[in-house]
Design a protein around this ligand. Structure first.
Ligand SMILES: *Cc1c(COP(=O)(O)O)cnc(C)c1O
Length: 381
C-alpha cells in the first residue's frame, strides 16, 4: 500500500500566480481590497454575469454573508438540500434560523423543486439551492416558487464556476450566489470564495457586512469623508496575497475549464459499457445545463459495493472518497435543522456515490484510474 500513487486532488499553479504575488508585495498592500482584489472582483462579475462580485476568504464566508443579507431572524426557515456540504446549513444556523432539509432529484442530485415547494411554511424566508457536481439546479422552477412566496433565492455555486443553465452562467441565476476557491474546487487560492449579487439594491449592504459593519468601501471610493460602524458585519475579505494567486488562476479559467471537461468526458466514455451492462450508474447532465468538469462520480449498487470499491482502489494506491453524510442525519443537523418528510433519495445516493480523482494536472494518470476501476468492476461483477 504505502502512500497514494494517485491522490484524489492535487492543487496546481497554472500561470501567473507567483508573478502576481511578487507584484502585490512590490505594490505594498497586503491587506484586503487592494489592486488584485478589484481585478478578481471584476473578472468574477464578468464570468458569472452578476452585477457585482465581492471576494471573500471562503464560500463559507460568502454563505454567512448571504444569510445576513436575507435578514434571517431566529426561528425563520431556509429550505435547502440535505445532500450538501455543512457550510450551506451552518450559515443559516448561525443566525438562529432553521435549515429545512428536502430531498434531491435522483437524476440530477440537485434539490427537487416540488419537494422545496411542499416544504414552505409561514416562517420560510429563503431557498438555498446547491449546484451539485457543478451542474445547476432547476433554477427557473425554483425562481418561480421563490417569487410566488416572496423568498430570497441563493445559489450555493461553490462547485459551479463556469457552468451554465439555459445559456446563463451560475452566479446570475438567483438573487445572490456563493463560490468557493478552496483547493479542491476548479479555480483555487487554497482557501477563498466570492459572493455575487444580481440585485443592485443589495450591493452596498453586502460591502458593509463584509467590512466589519462599516462603510469603509464608500470611504475608499471617496464617497464619504470618514468611515464608521453602520451595521452588523464581520471580516469576510481575504488579503491581497490570496487575491494575487487567485487572479493568476482566473486569467486561466477558460483553459482550466477545457482541461477538466476533457477529463470528465474521458471518464464518461470509459464507463459507458459498464453502465449499459447495469454495473454502475454515471452522472447525467441535467436538461438545459452545461457542467464544468468539477467532479466525476460513479453510483455503485449499495453501501457494501461502494466500500469494497474504495478499498480495492486504495490497495492500488488510488484515493476515491465518498460524500456527503446527509446533513439531516448528522448530529448538528438533528439539533439545528429539521427534515421535510422522508429523504429516501438522499439516503440512497449518499450510500452509493464514489468520486474518482479529478484535478487539473491529472493528465494521463486518468488512464491508470480507469484501468484500475474497470478491472475491479470486472473482477466483482
Ligand atoms: C466546497 C463547498 C462549500 C464550502 O466552500 P469553502 O470555500 O471551503 O468554504 C460550500 N458548499 C458547497 C456545496 C461546497 O462544495
Amino acid at each position: 500500500m504505502g502512500t497514494a500513487k494517485i491522490p484524489f486532488n492535487k492543487p496546481s499553479m497554472i500561470g501567473g500566480e507567483l508573478a502576481h504575488i511578487q507584484e502585490a508585495l512590490e505594490y505594498g498592500q497586503l491587506s484586503g481590497d487592494g489592486r488584485f482584489t478589484h481585478l478578481c472582483n471584476a473578472q468574477i462579475a464578468e464570468k458569472t454575469g452578476a452585477d457585482a462580485a465581492l471576494l471573500t476568504h471562503s464560500c463559507t464566508a460568502a454563505l454567512e454573508m448571504a444569510a445576513l443579507l436575507c435578514d434571517l431572524q431566529p426561528g425563520d426557515e431556509v429550505i435547502m438540500p440535505s445532500f450538501t456540504f455543512v457550510s450551506t446549513a451552518n450559515a443559516v444556523a448561525l443566525r438562529g434560523a432553521v435549515p429545512v432539509f428536502v430531498d434531491i432529484d435522483p437524476e440530477t442530485l440537485n434539490i427537487d423543486p416540488e419537494k422545496a415547494a411542499a416544504a414552505i411554511s409561514t416562517r420560510t424566508r429563503a431557498i438555498f439551492a446547491v449546484h451539485y457536481a457543478g451542474f445547476p439546479a432547476d433554477m427557473d422552477r425554483l425562481a418561480e416558487i421563490a417569487r410566488a412566496h416572496n423568498l430570497v433565492l441563493v445559489e450555493d455555486a461553490a462547485q459551479a464556476f463556469g457552468s451554465t443553465y439555459k445559456g446563463c452562467p451560475a452566479g446570475s441565476l438567483g438573487d445572490m450566489a456563493t463560490f468557493s476557491f478552496h483547493e479542491t474546487k476548479n479555480i483555487i487560492s487554497g482557501e477563498g470564495g466570492a459572493l455575487t449579487l444580481t440585485r443592485p439594491d443589495l450591493v452596498e449592504r453586502a460591502e458593509i457586512i463584509r467590512e466589519k459593519g462599516t462603510n469603509r468601501s464608500r470611504f475608499l471610493r471617496g464617497q464619504v469623508d470618514k468611515y464608521t460602524w453602520v451595521d452588523i458585519g464581520s471580516s469576510f475579505l481575504p488579503g491581497e496575497l490570496i487575491a494575487a494567486f487567485l487572479y493568476g488562476q482566473l486569467e486561466q479559467s477558460d483553459s482550466i475549464l477545457k482541461t477538466r471537461l476533457a477529463l470528465y468526458d474521458r471518464y464518461c466514455e470509459a464507463f459507458t459499457d459498464l453502465e449499459a451492462a447495469g454495473r454502475v450508474t454515471l452522472p447525467k447532465t441535467p436538461p438545459d445545463t452545461t457542467g464544468n468538469g468539477h467532479m466525476f462520480y460513479l453510483l455503485m449498487r449499495d453501501l457494501d459495493d461502494r466500500d469494497a470499491f474504495i478499498s480495492g482502489m486504495r490497495e492500488a494506491g488510488i484515493i476515491t472518497p465518498f460524500h456527503y453524510v446527509p446533513l439531516h442525519s448528522a448530529p448538528a443537523g438533528l439539533r439545528y435543522g429539521r427534515s421535510a418528510g422522508d429523504l429516501p433519495v438522499t439516503n440512497d445516493i449518499s450510500a452509493r456515490l464514489v468520486r474518482l480523482p479529478m484535478f487539473f494536472a491529472l493528465g494521463s494518470s486518468i488512464e491508470t484510474v480507469i484501468e484500475t476501476a474497470r478491472s475491479w468492476l470486472q473482477r466483482n461483477p
